[in-house]
Design a protein around this ligand. Structure first.
Ligand code: RB5
Length: 146
């Protein structure tokens, strides 16, 4: 799978760790920054990864910031992006089964490294259930941006 990954400074180390983890599984990982551990602004990098998912160049996206909040909020400003900030396996799984999430965000200051890997693995391997859930997901995209 082709996966876009991005972080801010707070998520820098986790981004490297997750990119390595994903490449070891055979995924193609497109790194959207940030460039280093110097303080930077998460919307810039979350948006870059979200645009790759939106365009179809990448199938899924993985984001990391301190909490997972700011970078997921930024990605979700792009129509068609459904980015979930997960801290446990159940929500990572349900975000795929019911919400067809196409991006996951994790908080490097919130979850441990092994949990972050497990959340991303769960997100990538769980299918969407379709049916009534697909109807509801389509409704999200039909809501007017007012
Ligand atoms: C950076 O200090 C921190 O605010 C950011 O990584 C993120 O947690 C914001 O939501």
């Amino acid at each position: 799978m082709k996966i876009a990954i991005a972080s801010d400074h707070a998520g820098y180390d986790y981004r490297q760790m997750l990119a390595e983890h994903l490449r070891a599984q055979g995924h193609e990982v497109i790194d959207c920054g940030c460039p280093g551990k110097e303080s930077c602004d998460y919307p810039i990098f979350g948006r870059k990864a979200a645009q790759l998912v939106k365009s179809g160049e990448c199938e899924r996206g993985v984001l990391v910031c301190g909490t997972g909040f700011g970078i997921s909020l930024s990605a979700n400003r792009i129509p068609g992006i459904r980015c979930v900030n997960c801290t446990d396996v159940l929500t990572a799984k349900m975000s795929r089964l019911h919400n067809d999430a196409n991006m996951i965000a994790v908080g490097a200051r919130v979850v441990g490294e092994d949990t972050a890997k497990l959340l991303v693995d769960t997100f990538l391997t769980t299918p969407h259930e379709g049916g009534r859930h697909a109807r509801r997901v389509a409704l999200i995209d039909s809501l007017p941006l007012v």
